[in-house]
Design a binder for this molecule. Structure first.
Ligand SMILES: Nc1ncnc2c1ncn2[C@@H]1O[C@H](COP(=O)(O)OP(=O)(O)OP(=O)(O)O)[C@@H](O)[C@H]1O
Length: 692
């Protein structure tokens, strides 16, 4: 096309896009009016929320409303964008939502498999203005069929300066990513992929896709679990940018409201707390809190209204078995136990009362039989005293107390503090906090992140907080980090086991985390899970991935690094220094840095001195030009450039330190530099060395 052809085409698209915005503006006005009306119509909060979501969704699609066009061989033309727009109900769409089936060809059609597409056009807009077009003709001769769809737009997206916030990739999704996003699994789908392969992006776009294709999830709710608050902030704009703002994001610790994580476990302890054997130990701990008398001589005395009633071991045992047969959690089963015991106590009291009959004058004249029947002698005595009993059923038991009296007596027993104290001594009410701290033998000095799944397990055993929300679909990001106990907790939040799990087993930093997907999932879904893989690294240039080769080969032999989508021609470097000079060297390198956002990734022992030397805050503000973080905090994030301080300490600080170093090395989109103390670790010695 000549320049004037391009200009003419841009004018045509501009007119079309302007028409789309006019339609959105009209819809937005209507939605705003509906919101005002809903607010006026007193109190219906649900209706207001629905209307608010409608307005938010229309606001969210403002940027990049329309980004593509497909020209089909049969003459049809389809515009692709962030939502579907119609001029009038029943009309052909003006714009097709990227999640609709017809839009799939935009991401997956190739010259060899054109899917009826003649031309794929990318439309780039700035605000509401069309600024560029990029056409691909899908010729059957296969020209340009390199597996990457829309390479120029893709490379522009992956090389753009980072902002500390993740953006959606709806305009440049690649075929292998699209297939996962639209995967029809309604069970557990695991997405395994190396660093930068788009796992997080794909998981979030899949959420948007599922909300579109399975509308029931809007009411059932979707939960996205991430490794840290920093990470959740980093991804926080992606779903709202796709018009989906109803999704809950949380760390594992956030899923237990009311507990503040304020403590870090000593090395090795978090690992033990994460093992599944803890579930059995908690179960045993809860069970052992029911304490029964064993010998007849140990009968429990219950005082009620100046009478002493005795509970022998057999009665207690029967009540416990009755309660356990219900399979209810501890605190609810306790109520069954109490009812059983109170029934026994009430029956004894009734028998004692029936055994004595009072005249009008309050004089005790005779007794009934133990089963509540009055003897003929009793009846004669009572008739003589003017008391008439049981005339509604002359043949049945003629007891003095009717059903209401008996219920009242049971209630009085249950409400009596003496009776309650005796019952609590046998089957006490429990709280998760008590159970967990008793089991761990820890003082009340706060909770660690690894305690949260234990609290949740205890809560499930006890029946505490049974109103915890469950979700229709759960996404787990950086899923390799979850312990067995954390998986149990998550499964309780997702009874339908509809999940998207994304992670990389080569990046596991948590010693309690996963080394095999089958191992973590089998106890919950047996073999009913599917694995999908992502193979192309969009973040990290080939030069940086090459620098991780020795690290990967040493610690994960046989794991191929993902193929980088691009190279920069700029190999990463390393430089040696002394412990005393480390802060100055890092500060000088940071001061000389001009190429976009820089992250300094350092083991926690150096964070304080580096923060002082560079006047940086910790934890960082992710949108700052220079941020200082630990490898653990860096999980899932990315930056234009990365400086790693003291890699040997990262390697040696934890049992899976090599994975932490791998994470740190794969965060940069442009440059990587490593400052080591003394000689470099063997895994990095092949890197280009800069002389100080
Ligand atoms: N199709 C795409 N178009 C544009 N950018 C993409 C595409 N796929 C991935 N990216 C970008 O590549 C980067 C890495 O993506 P993402 O963080 O989702 O990868 P990841 O597999 O979760 O990485 P890690 O496991 O290393 O944390 C992000 O900036 C993302 O926007």
């Amino acid at each position: 096309m000549t320049n004037s052809d391009v200009d003419r085409e841009i004018d045509i698209e501009q007119e079309y896009v302007a028409g789309l915005y006019a339609r959105v503006d009209a819809m937005r006005e209507e939605a705003a009016a509906r919101l005002v009306a809903a607010r006026r119509a007193d109190g219906d909060r649900e209706a207001v929320a629905v209307r608010q979501a409608e307005v938010a969704r229309l606001d969210a699609v403002e940027r990049g409303l329309c980004f593509g066009r497909l020209d089909l061989h049969d003459g049809w033309r389809v515009y692709i964008g962030r939502l579907s727009l119609f001029r009038d109900e029943g009309d052909e769409p003006l714009l097709v939502d990227w999640r609709a089936p017809v839009a799939q060809a935009f991401y997956t059609a190739t010259a060899t498999a054109p899917q009826g597409v003649r031309r794929r056009r990318r439309i780039t807009t700035r605000g509401r203005v069309v600024v560029a077009l990029n056409d691909e003709l899908l010729n059957p001769d296969g020209a340009g069929d390199d597996g990457l769809v829309g390479e120029a737009a893709l490379l522009a997206a992956v090389t753009a300066e980072r902002t500390g916030r993740m953006h959606d990739i709806v305009t440049t999704l690649q075929a292998e990513q699209d297939r996962i996003i639209r995967h029809e699994s309604s069970g557990v789908l695991v997405v395994q992929g190396g660093p930068g392969t788009g796992k997080t992006a794909v998981a979030l776009h899949r959420v948007a896709y599922l909300l579109y294709t399975r509308p029931h999830l809007r009411t059932r709710g979707v939960l996205v679990v991430g490794p840290s608050r920093i990470f959740l902030d980093y991804i926080g704009q992606v779903l709202p940018g796709l018009g989906e703002s109803s999704v809950v994001t949380a760390t594992i610790a956030d899923l237990w409201p009311g507990v503040e994580v304020s403590r870090v476990d000593p090395p090795g302890i978090a690992e033990l707390k994460g093992e599944v054997v803890m579930a059995e130990r908690l179960r045993a701990a809860v069970r052992s809190r029911v304490r029964l008398p064993v010998d007849p001589g140990d009968s429990v005395e219950v005082e009620f209204e100046q009478q002493v009633l005795r509970l022998d071991p057999r009665t207690c045992d029967r009540a416990v078995r009755q309660a356990r047969r219900t399979s209810l959690p501890h605190n609810q089963a306790r109520l069954v136990f109490q009812r059983e015991i109170v029934d026994v106590l009430a029956e004894r009291l009734i028998q004692a009362m029936e055994a004595v009959v009072f005249t009008d004058a309050g004089e005790a004249i005779d007794g009934g039989s133990p089963d509540g029947r009055l003897t003929e002698a009793d009846l004669r005595a009572l008739a003589a005293a003017g008391v008439v009993i049981g005339d509604d059923d002359p043949d049945g038991p003629r007891s003095l107390l009717d059903g209401i009296d008996r219920a009242g007596l049971r209630y009085s027993l249950l409400a009596d503090t003496g009776v309650q104290a005796a019952l609590d001594g046998l089957w006490p009410p429990l709280t998760p906090q008590r159970v967990v701290s008793d089991l761990l033998g820890e003082r009340d000095d706060g909770w660690s992140a690894a305690d949260v799944p234990l609290l949740d397990e205890a809560a499930a055993l006890i029946g505490h907080g049974t109103d915890r929300p469950a979700f229709g679909h759960v996404v787990v990001d950086e899923a390799q980090e979850l312990s067995e106990m954390a998986w149990r907790m998550l499964m309780r939040r997702c009874p339908t086991r509809s999940m998207t799990i994304v992670g990389d087993l080569a990046q596991t930093g948590n010693p309690a985390g996963a080394s095999s997907w089958d191992h973590v999932l089998r106890p919950h879904v047996r073999d009913r899970w599917q694995l999908a893989r992502l193979t192309v690294n969009y973040r990290t240039p080939a030069e940086i991935m090459a620098a991780t080769t020795d690290l990967l080969a040493t610690h994960h032999p046989g794991t191929p690094p993902p193929r980088s989508v691009r190279s920069t021609g700029e190999p990463p470097w390393r430089i040696g220094t002394t412990p005393a000079d480390l802060p100055t060297v890092i500060a000088d390198l940071a001061a000389a840095h001009t190429d976009g956002q820089l992250a300094i990734i350092a083991p926690s022992v150096h964070i304080e001195s580096l923060a002082t030397a560079l006047s940086l805050i910790t934890p960082p503000n992710l949108t700052d030009k220079v941020v200082l973080i630990t490898p653990d905090q860096a999980k899932g994030l990315e930056f234009d450039s990365v400086l790693i301080a003291d890699p040997a300490t990262i390697l040696g600080a934890a049992p899976l330190g090599h994975n932490d170093l791998y994470v740190a090395m794969t965060r940069a989109t442009r440059q990587l530099g490593i400052v080591h103390l003394g000689r470099p670790p063997a895994e990095l010695s092949a890197m280009r060395e800069l002389k100080p």
